[in-house]
Design a binder for this molecule. Structure first.
Ligand SMILES: *[C@@H]1O[C@H](CO)[C@@H](O)[C@H](O)[C@H]1NC(C)=O
Ligand SMILES: *[C@@H]1O[C@H](CO)[C@@H](O)[C@H](O)[C@H]1NC(C)=O
Ligand SMILES: *[C@@H]1O[C@H](CO)[C@@H](O)[C@H](O)[C@H]1NC(C)=O
Length: 828
């Protein structure tokens, strides 16, 4: 024993003491015990001693160890002592049996002795506790309540007794404690006890370390990791990210616009955490405008949103998880205004038609503008176009008054289209416009206006009554009756006769008609005033002067003044016998009441006793000797002279001139003879016609003169005064312009050439036929005191003043001629 290590030495000592004790108790049979796992050759029993034999005695008696049935021998007899033959593993030999004994027999010979040897194998703590798996997985629902128990796997230790598992322990943690219990067969097991409720949402997994310890010295232990997975329970409501969603959304947002996205989160897992959304409360109107996506929580526009309809929508949204837990939120959608409403213009009143004479600033209409938008979108500017005499004045609020700005004139512009434009202040601004039709009513503010400042009418004399003379026309731009023109003649007198007996006018057309035939020789022109009057109330009128000029026609044949075609007393001219060729012998004086060409007379000898002896001046009417008078020429010479005017057709008169070639008046034969001397029938008939006409003419003169003298004793004197005044009217032999018309100067006067019997003197008697001469002819002026004869006189058929005047003058001349005093007072 001393040869072994110190450990084994002590151990051997210990065991020897123990064995000695055992041997004493066994008394006969030998019993030994040895710890397992001893080194080979470890002596653990002195058999010799225990049998009271010496080592020599034992070997002498051939002591040996026999085994029953064992293949393996764990011990041998070495020099009387028992020693281990190889390593002994108790756990292998006996497993978990509490005691492990090997039985041997010691055989001695000489004498044969048999001793039983029992070898007890003692356990040593050579095994640590061990768990079947290093990791224990547990799944615990978070809803597990405090105190819940969760059995754990047992650990295993091959050692027995005290060397077996004695305790379990758990690493310190927040949730679990360990409860160690023994089961019916005394084995210990452990359970996890929930000490604090789990929350998956806080910690999804809890890791614990479980330790199993045996009771050996020193003790051994084994560990396992417990992984606790916390299973979800639907213990969380969906939670919205905001308690209230407030959003603003422009109106007219297109369909599909996402107004807002509501999100709710559910801390739970899986179906418990799957959130769906729906409206929990929504008005019918909002339901038509918004929809919610069940899974995404997007609230989209599905209808036409109109700010003007509703400005705010409140929706309630419910979020629900798979297990039906739900929560609510509120979504407030404020609609913002977009300038989508154009202003609207209302014409509240309109005073049409507008009388054209309204004063500037007169109110003609009231306009109201409205815009359904808000804010700046509702502010409206209102205007009308520039070029009209109207303006828009802002009045209260959105009212405007439409005023006139200037004088209106229906005749200039009768209607206006005024366009009112209203524009709001949105961006972009919207505008609208409305056109109003303003029209003016008429006021009779325009008098009729004649188209010409004055009218002239030329009428041929002898016109047909009723023929139109001229036409006037006046315009009046006023409306209807205010512009309807009626024409009338302003009453006046022409030559003392009412105008109406000369002219009439068509009130509607302005055509002036002659009522009677005019006579140029009676008067040549007159003026009338035509009034144009409209039918307004009060009416307006204007007037115009119409000058009527009567033009001459060749309606008067020439009248022979000398030689006087006087009844029976033929006047004769004395021709001196010594008259030379070209000397003036006599002169035919004729007048024509017409004028101009119609009074331009030409003289011609149509018949003569001696055709070669006399000539007559074609225009002067002077009868001259064509050759020297000779003694052989007949004393009595008759000439038939034709006086023709230049009218178309021309009119003519003939007269006879009796010439007596004699120096002695006594030689003059009977005039009667002379008249009948002519036996040329043609000449005779001419003479008869001439005589008859001349005598008729002369008679008429006589009657007239007598009548005048009877009527006015003073008048004839005046007449003669006038006649005496002839020399003052004697003018140089040219045409005098005494005409008043200014247009037909040369044709409106004519000359009367008068010749006396004098060979040397002649004068031209010029009479003017100016209009003014007639009224100024005092001889013909009618006075209130005139008797009827006098009136008859004026109405007698004096062709015109000229002829009257001439006649009177000629009468004076005749008195000289008749007295055969051929010389007139010489004007020179
Ligand atoms: C006003 O408008 C009406 C209708 O459009 C049209 O007949 C008329 O000629 C217009 N008047 C003026 C003065 O522009
Ligand atoms: C004519 O003018 C008067 C005012 O001077 C007015 O009262 C009337 O209505 C007008 N007539 C027409 C037909 O316009
Ligand atoms: C004719 O018109 C003039 C002005 O044009 C006026 O002075 C005169 O009084 C009018 N005469 C009549 C009779 O109306």
């Amino acid at each position: 024993m001393e040869k072994n290590g110190s450990l084994f030495y002590y151990r051997g000592l210990l065991w020897m003491v123990y064995i000695a004790v055992v041997v004493r108790t066994c008394n006969g049979d030998l019993s030994y015990s040895v710890p397992e796992e001893m080194k080979k050759g470890t002596v653990f029993g002195n058999v010799a001693k225990d049998l009271g034999l010496t080592t020599k005695g034992l070997s002498d008696r051939k002591a040996r160890i026999d085994m029953e049935g064992h293949e393996k021998r764990f011990c041998d007899l070495v020099g009387g002592q028992l020693a281990t033959a190889e390593r002994i593993d108790r756990e292998e030999l006996c497993g978990s049996k509490p005691s492990c004994a090997l039985n041997y027999e010691l055989v001695l010979e000489n004498p044969l002795e048999l001793h039983r040897i029992t070898l007890q194998i003692e356990d040593i703590n050579d095994n640590a506790p061990r768990f079947p798996k290093n990791e224990i997985k547990l799944e615990i629902r978070e809803s597990a309540v405090k105190g819940a128990r969760f059995p754990l796997n047992e650990a295993h230790d091959s050692d027995v007794g005290r060397n077996g598992i004695q305790t379990y322990s758990l690493e310190k943690n927040d949730y679990f404690t360990l409860s160690v219990n023994s089961n019916s067969d005394g084995r210990k097991y452990s359970e996890l006890v929930l000490d604090k409720e789990l929350d998956r949402e806080q910690e999804q997994e809890v890791t614990l370390i479980l330790t199993a310890s045996d009771g050996g010295t020193p003790a051994k232990s084994g560990t396992a990791v417990i992984r606790v997975t916390v299973l979800d329970a639907n213990d969380n409501l969906p939670v919205f990210s905001q308690p209230v969603y407030e959003v603003s959304l422009p109106e007219n947002s297109p369909l599909g616009t996402v107004a807002v996205v509501v999100t709710a989160t559910d801390a739970d897992e899986g179906a418990n955490g799957e959130v769906t959304y729906e409206f929990s409360h929504i008005s019918d109107k909002a339901a038509r405008l918004f929809s919610i996506d069940e899974t995404t929580g997007e609230i989209k526009v599905i209808g036409q949103i109109d700010y003007e309809d509703k400005q705010e929508y409140e929706l309630r949204v419910l979020a629900k998880d798979g297990a039906g837990l739900a929560s609510n939120t509120k979504v407030e959608i404020a609609i913002t205004d977009v300038n989508d409403n154009a202003p609207v213009i209302f014409i509240k009143s309109l005073n049409v038609p507008i009388p054209e004479n309204v004063a500037p600033g007169t109110e003609v209409g009231i306009v109201n503008v409205q815009d359904k938008d808000t804010g700046g979108n509702k502010n409206i500017r209102c205007s009308i176009q520039q070029n009209v005499p109207f303006k828009l004045n802002p009045s209260i609020k959105n009212y405007y008054t439409l005023l006139t700005t200037g004088e209106l004139d229906r005749e200039l512009l009768a209607e206006y289209n005024v366009t009112i434009t209203a524009t709001d202040e949105g961006s972009p601004p919207l505008s609208s416009s409305k056109t109003i039709h303003l029209y003016l009513s008429d006021v009779n503010d325009n008098p009729p206006v004649f188209e010409e400042q004055s009218y002239s009418a030329y009428v041929s004399e002898n016109n047909k009554p009723g023929s139109s003379v001229c036409s006037v026309s006046a315009r009046d731009p006023d409306w209807r009756q205010n512009g309807t023109v009626f024409y009338s003649l302003l009453p006046s007198e022409v030559n003392g006769v009412a105008l109406s007996s000369y002219l009439s006018i068509n009130g509607d057309t302005g055509v002036i008609h002659a009522v009677r035939a005019f006579d140029y020789e009676q008067f040549r022109s007159f003026k009338v005033q035509v009034v144009a009057r409209d039918n307004g109330s009060p009416p307006l009128s204007s007037n115009v002067t119409v000058s009527v000029f009567i033009t001459d026609e060749n309606d008067n044949s020439p009248q022979i003044l000398y030689p006087t075609p006087e009844g029976n007393s033929f006047m004769t001219e004395m021709v001196p016998k010594a008259a030379l060729s070209g000397s003036l012998l006599s002169k035919v004086i004729a007048v024509d009441a017409d004028s101009g060409q119609n009074a331009w007379l030409s003289y011609q000898i149509v018949k003569s006793t001696d055709p070669g002896l006399f000539t007559i001046g074609v225009h002067s009417g002077e009868i001259r000797a064509q050759r020297d008078i000779s003694e052989s020429d007949s004393m009595k010479q008759n000439l038939v002279i034709s006086v023709k005017d230049n009218g178309q057709p021309s009119l003519s008169t003939t007269c006879a001139v009796y010439l007596v070639i004699s120096d002695n008046l006594a030689e003059v034969p009977e005039l009667k003879d002379m008249s009948y001397e002519e036996n040329n029938s043609k000449l005779t008939s001419y003479l008869i016609i001439a005589l008859v006409s001349v005598s008729t003419f002369f008679l008429t003169f006589l009657i007239l003169i007598i009548a005048v003298r009877l009527c006015h004793r003073r008048k004839p004197r005046l007449l003669f005064d006038g006649a005496v005044a002839i020399p003052s009217a004697y003018l140089p032999p040219n045409y005098a312009d005494v005409d008043g018309t200014g247009t037909l100067r040369s044709t409106y006067n004519y000359d009367a050439y008068m010749t006396t019997g004098s060979r040397t003197s002649d004068f031209k008697f010029v009479t003017s036929y100016n209009d003014n001469t007639l009224p100024s002819a005092t001889t013909l002026k009618r006075s209130p005191g005139d008797n009827s004869e006098c009136l008859n006189f004026t109405s007698l058929d004096f062709t015109d003043s000229a002829s009257k005047c001439s006649t009177l003058v000629v009468e004076e001349l005749f008195s000289n001629v008749a007295g055969l005093s051929p010389s007139l007072p010489d004007p020179y």
